[in-house]
Design a protein. Structure first.
Length: 245
């Protein structure tokens, strides 16, 4: 099978898998309890990666109890990778996702929290929502870079959302994400920067050979009484030390 045919086959299967997920969300999700929903999210996310030809390598353990996960951001695939390991995580995502067909419904089913980045005061609202979730023992995941990088360098970490962990005393656990392929330890196929479109990114990922997502759950950091900017810098350094950049 040629690379183009293999890529087309992968994408067709992914579309069908996405439609299956949408059907579950629309018809069955409301009848499932919490553990059943998490099992569905984990299964769906892990299978989506497999259908795209992506293997997973995971190391480290999730901090028990309420925790704020802080990860570097490389691709739209990051959420599936994290949900395949931590299906209970509620993500803070840009509100633009609401306009994405299919993905918006799937994100809503996973209790995503949306941030209007164009509205400066909206961050305060989201901080309160994240703090509320943490105080209820939930797991929340954020990408403090605010956007995707090319994987070769970390962007500055924004510290605003860390205030939610500081206010509740919840630990903050850094997560290092990296995609490799047959050609390089940092794959160019998953880059989602600049003028790259979602369709273009999907095609490049589907065409890639031997893609692997490496997910490292690093030791958690205490947050109580921390300075949020200093904490953000520490977390950024923790992640940078795990990445070959």
């Amino acid at each position: 099978m040629t690379r183009a045919l293999r890529a087309a086959w992968r994408l067709l299967r992914c579309v069908l898998h996405g439609l299956h997920g949408l059907g579950v969300v629309l018809l069955r999700f409301r009848m499932l309890d919490g553990p059943q929903r998490r099992a569905r999210i984990q299964w769906w996310s892990a299978k989506m990666l497999r259908l795209m030809g992506i293997a997973m390598r995971v190391d480290g353990e999730l901090q028990a109890g309420a925790v704020l996960l802080v990860a570097n951001h490389v691709s739209w695939l990051d959420i599936s990778a994290l949900h395949a390991v931590v299906p209970q995580a509620r993500f803070v995502s840009k509100a633009d996702i609401r306009a994405w067909p299919l993905l918006s419904r799937l994100a809503e089913a996973a209790d995503t929290l949306y941030l209007e980045r164009e509205r400066k005061r909206d961050a305060l609202r989201v901080v309160h929502l994240v703090a509320q979730a943490l105080s209820q023992g939930q797991t929340v995941a954020v990408f403090p870079e605010g956007t995707t990088s090319d994987g070769h360098a970390l962007l500055p970490f924004h510290a605003n959302l860390l205030q939610a962990a500081i206010a509740t005393g919840a630990p903050v656990q850094p997560v290092a994400l990296r995609f490799s392929d047959a050609q390089a330890p940092i794959s160019a196929a998953v880059e989602f920067v600049g003028a790259t479109t979602l369709v273009g990114s999907l095609w490049r990922v589907a065409c890639a050979d031997a893609l692997v997502v490496h997910l490292s759950l690093l030791p958690a950091r205490a947050s109580r009484d921390a300075d949020r900017r200093a904490l953000a810098q520490t977390l950024r350094e923790d992640i940078a030390q795990r990445l070959p950049i």
